[in-house]
Design a binder for this molecule. Structure first.
Ligand SMILES: [Zn+2]
Ligand SMILES: [Zn+2]
Length: 331
C-alpha cells in the first residue's frame, strides 16, 4: 500500500501469532530503495515482502539498504536473508548491533542472567525454567549477522529522494531509532510510538539501568517535531504525535500509581507486585496468574522497569533481604 508518495507499507506476518503483523516500509529512491525493518525470518514473511514489492511495481534487487529500527526479531529477523538475496547493506544503531550475537547466537549467558534476575526479583524456583526460556522460540526466526553500517544519533541516510535523520530513542530497546524526514514531515517510529498499543519497556540483562526513564525522555524528544504522518512498526499510520505521546506518558503514570499502592501495604518483590496489579492482554484486563509464560516474564520485567524509574524519582527504595530484592515505598 502506497501511503505517501514513494513510501509503501508492507504488512508481514508473525510466525505462531497470525493476528500480529510487522509493518515494513519500502522507500523508493533514485539512488536505490530503502527498506525500513525486515519482519520475521520465515518463508511467509519473505513471501509477503516479495508480493508487497511486486504490488508497488518495484524490484527486490533495487533495495540497497535495510535500516533496522531495533533488534527485536519481528523487525531485525529477516534482514540477513534480504542481504543474502540482494546484497543490501544492513544498517542499525551501534548499541543494538552489539547485542545481536549475545542475544541470538551465543545466548547461554543471557539466559543465565535472565534467570538470576528473575530469581532475585522473587520468581518462584519452580517457575524459573519456564520463565528463563520464554523467548527462545523466537530465535529460530532470526538469522544473526553483523550489520554493515552502525548508526549514531543525528546521522543522516538518504537515497536521493528522501533524507532521514536518525533519532536515537532508547527505551523499548537500548539502540532503538526513529527515522525523521524533516522536509516531507513524516517519521518512522518502529516500536517507539504505536497507535493502538503501549510499547513494552522492560528491565532485562540487555537494557540500561533505567530503561523506562530513557523511554520517557525519548518520547519527549519527539514531542515538538513537526510531522503530519507517523509510520509505526505495528498497527495503523496516524497523526497527532503529541497527543499519542501524552497518552502513553499518562499510562505510565497510572502504572506507577498502581505499583505505589501495592507498596503502601508492605515490602514486596517485583514478582509479588506483578501479581497484585492488573495486566492488559488483547485489550482485556487479565490477572497475572492467567497470563502465558512469556507475558508473565514481561509483566515482571516491566514492573522492575517501573520500580527503577520510581527509585530514580526517590519514591521507592530497594534492599536485598533473605536472598531477594525487596522494594519499599519512601513516600
Ligand atoms: Zn520491539
Ligand atoms: Zn515490534
Amino acid at each position: 500500500m502506497e501511503i505517501l508518495n514513494g513510501v509503501h507499507q508492507i504488512k508481514t506476518p508473525a510466525p505462531e501469532r497470525a493476528s500480529w503483523s510487522t509493518n515494513v516500509y519500502l522507500i523508493e529512491g533514485g539512488d536505490g530503495h530503502i527498506l525500513v525493518d525486515s519482519g520475521w525470518d520465515s518463508q511467509e514473511s519473505l513471501w509477503a515482502l516479495q508480493e508487497g514489492i511486486k504490488a508497488a511495481n518495484l524490484k527486490l534487487r533495487d533495495i540497497k539498504k535495510v535500516i533496522i529500527t531495533h533488534i527485536h526479531p519481528d523487525h531485525y529477523g529477516l534482514s540477513t536473508k534480504i542481504k543474502q538475496i540482494c546484497g543490501a547493506q544492513v544498517v542499525m544503531h551501534r548499541i543494538d548491533a552489539d547485542f545481536i550475537f549475545p542475544r541470538y547466537k551465543d545466548f547461554a549467558d543471557l539466559v543465565k542472567q535472565t534467570e538470576e534476575l528473575l530469581r532475585q526479583n522473587g520468581a518462584p524456583a519452580e517457575e524459573l525454567p519456564q520463565l528463563k526460556n520464554a523467548s527462545l522460540w523466537a530465535n529460530k526466526y532470526v538469522t544473526p549477522d553483523s550489520p554493515e553500517v552502525m548508526l549514531e544519533d543525528g546521522d543522516t541516510i538518504s537515497n536521493d529522494s528522501f533524507e532521514f535523520e536518525v533519532l536515537w530513542t532508547p527505551g523499548h530497546s537500548p539502540g532503538h531509532i526513529c527515522l525523521y524526514e524533516r522536509e516531507k514531515k513524516f517519521i518512522l517510529t518502529g516500536d517507539h510510538v504505536l497507535y493502538n498499543t503501549v510499547p513494552r519497556v522492560s528491565f532485562n540483562p540487555q537494557s540500561s539501568d533505567n530503561p523506562l526513564g530513557d523511554y520517557t525522555s525519548s518520547l519527549k524528544k519527539l514531542e515538538s517535531l513537526r510531522v503530519h504522518f507517523i509510520l509505526p512498526g505495528h498497527g495503523p499510520v496516524f497523526n497527532a504525535l503529541g497527543l499519542r505521546i501524552e497518552k502513553i506518558l499518562q499510562h505510565h503514570e497510572e502504572r506507577k500509581r498502581a505499583i505505589m499502592r501495592t507498596l503502601h501495604d508492605g515490602l514486596k518483590t517485583a514478582y509479588e507486585i506483578s501479581q497484585q496489579i492488573p495486566w492488559m492482554v488483547n485489550r482485556g484486563s487479565t490477572a497475572f496468574r492467567d497470563l502465558g509464560v512469556w507475558d508473565r516474564r514481561m509483566a515482571v520485567t516491566e514492573t522492575i522497569a517501573h520500580l527503577k524509574l520510581l527509585m530514580k524519582e526517590d519514591r521507592v527504595g530497594n534492599v536485598d533481604m533473605d536472598g531477594a530484592s525487596l522494594y519499599i515505598a519512601k513516600d
